[in-house]
Design a protein around this ligand. Structure first.
Ligand code: ADP
Ligand code: MG
Length: 250
């Protein structure tokens, strides 16, 4: 076996696919005197590192269970002037994660609450913070199922461990007192340790109605709001805008 073939095999064995892929180009550059060996090796290893970093970031995004992939670049701030763009950009820096703060998006359907939560979540996942997206409904279902199977504590610990947990659509569906209790336990486990992002269409004064109990709603809000950034969006629905646009076209 030639040394070249052996080298290719070694690179494959070491899982250095980018170095292997770019090897010929760099051997030519060295042979033609256009790059020194040190520069070539430096650049090849950089290519490999960047590729691996990107792969890891993407796999972290994949496991986060986002309903769609949309970033802040896809968001039209001019359409929603009540949103403070600088505040959203600050959430993208992950400062809120390091400070164990929560974010609450409050507003009517279609104003971009889920979109912004996903965009923030994607940034967090890319930076390798463990991140997970779940609707309030699915969360309650999963907790209830775990409770029935006598493994509620394990399940709560599972959801408690994410550095960023996005709980989408609180308030759209009524919550039973059993679900409210389990939800409180989760929020309590995460309190001052992990960041939770909540989207809701209901003002906090309406939360006792959602949870069916004044005390439990108070206890949940107490912990959620203690270290929280609240972004209230009072604009038009983007969905309606799209529908209006389509209707004009036809
Ligand atoms: P909400 O969660 O508040 O009900 P969504 O975030 O699901 O609203 O937004 C509804 C749809 O409209 C999504 O497809 C979202 O990407 C899009 N959307 C909402 N607001 C904007 C905006 N300002 N710029 C671009 N797309 C938007
Ligand atoms: Mg939504």
């Amino acid at each position: 076996m030639s040394a070249y073939t052996e080298l290719l095999n070694n690179l494959e064995y070491l899982n250095l696919e980018q170095i292997k892929y770019n090897l010929d180009v760099y051997i030519d550059l060295i042979t033609n005197g256009k790059k020194t060996v040190v520069d070539a090796l430096n650049e090849l290893t950089k290519l490999e590192i960047n590729f691996k970093k990107e792969k890891r970031a993407n796999s972290n995004v994949k496991v986060a269970n986002f309903p769609f992939i949309k970033t802040i670049d896809d968001f039209d701030f001019t359409f929603q002037p009540t949103i403070n763009e600088d505040k959203i950009k600050d959430f993208l820096t992950s400062r809120f994660i390091e400070n164990q703060e929560n974010i609450i998006f409050l507003g009517n359907p279609g104003v971009g609450k889920t979109h912004l939560s996903v965009a923030i979540g994607i940034e967090a996942a890319k930076k390798r913070y463990s991140t997970y997206f779940i609707t309030a409904h699915d969360l309650m279902m999963n907790l209830k199922k775990a409770n029935l199977e006598n493994r509620l504590e394990t399940r709560l610990k599972h959801y408690a461990k994410y550095r960023v947990l996005i709980i989408d659509e609180i308030g759209y569906l009524p919550i039973s007192i059993e679900e409210a209790n389990m939800f409180f336990q989760l929020i309590n486990l995460r309190y001052e340790k992990k960041s939770t992002i909540i989207t809701t269409n209901k003002e906090f004064s309406k939360w006792p109605e959602i949870f069916g109990d004044l005390n439990i709603a108070g206890a949940i809000l107490d912990r959620l709001l203690h270290h929280a950034k609240i972004e209230k969006i009072t604009g038009r629905s983007y969905r309606t805008k799209e529908v209006q646009k389509m209707m004009k076209q036809n």
